[in-house]
Design a protein around this ligand. Structure first.
Ligand code: PAF
Length: 279
């Protein structure tokens, strides 16, 4: 495994690597969800690059940034264990942004203004800035993103199309714990009690999927709201079913025939998100 702190030396190294190059961007604190992306990249490419970078511009809240879990040594060991030939980009913010640690301004077609974008102001401009930097700098043939952050995945697809980038975006299914909780680096921050309630998001998505075709979507929304009111520790942020491509909310008066359900909830100080295909 070769670890690079500077993109310049990494680009030069990549020019001697065989193609296609598969790229897995991460913010570290690697779990089995990330490892599944890396394994898929290894299956589909001759060379693989993993980035570990906690991108400051996608945090709308300084405390959230400061508390984001960092386990760089353990992350590198996990990558090495999968395959010793992976290249790793582990930069400081200066290498990505220079002196000006700020998002660029992208037209994301409004996909950035709803759900996570509405709750976390500027978040997707930060994601778009760093992903666009990675794809333009390293020019991978494929880049791997998890469906856990489905809205991010749609936005990354939007960027690659609007900027006419050659990278193909590969979407990878959500990896779940045995009790259904979607794997996320933030899960490590939950207390023991909070962890017991965390699968309620998955439970409510399963309930939605089971009932969506039989009742109006508006009624289903009310039921999910009522479900969360039963738990003092959990506060529902939003539950929404949208068209999977446009992310526009479906008609409240009709039963759900297809679409994607999205949920976000606060559990103590931690905010969890999840989503599920409803067809
Ligand atoms: O999904 C993430 O971990 C981040 O948003 C990403 C894509 C690595 C950009 O910082």
């Amino acid at each position: 495994m070769k670890v690079f702190k500077a993109s310049k030396s990494l680009v030069s190294h990549l020019s001697s690597q065989s193609r296609p190059l598969g790229f897995v961007p991460t913010m570290g604190a690697l779990h089995d969800g990330h490892l599944s992306l890396i394994n898929k990249a290894l299956e589909q490419n001759h060379s693989v690059l993993v980035s570990i970078f906690i991108n400051p511009t996608q945090f709308d809240n300084q405390t959230d940034l400061e508390n984001y879990p960092t386990h760089f040594e353990a992350d590198l060991q996990k990558i090495e264990k999968i395959n010793g030939n992976i290249s790793v980009y582990l930069p400081k913010a200066f290498d990505v942004y220079g002196q000006n640690i700020q998002s660029k301004s992208f037209d994301l077609g409004g996909l950035d203004l709803i759900m996570e974008g509405e709750k976390r102001s500027g978040h997707f401009q930060g994601v778009a800035t760093v992903v666009s930097y990675f794809l333009n700098t390293f020019q991978p043939e494929k880049a791997y993103f998890g469906e856990k952050d489905f809205q991010q995945l749609r936005i990354v697809n939007h960027i690659t199309q609007s900027q006419k980038l050659k990278t193909k975006i590969v979407s990878c299914p959500i990896v779940r714990e045995k009790d259904g909780l979607a794997m996320s680096s933030r899960n490590a921050l939950l207390t023991e009690t909070e962890r017991k309630f965390a699968p309620k998001l998955y439970e409510s998505l399963c309930y939605a999927k089971k009932n969506a075709k039989h009742i109006q979507y508006g009624q289903l929304k009310d039921r999910i709201n009522d479900f969360f009111k039963k738990y003092d520790l959990l506060t529902l942020d939003y539950f929404r079913i949208t068209n999977a491509a446009t992310l526009k909310e479906i008609d409240l008066e009709k039963p759900v025939s297809k679409g994607r359900a999205f949920i976000a909830a606060h559990l103590g100080k931690i905010r969890l998100i999840d989503n599920m295909d409803m067809s």
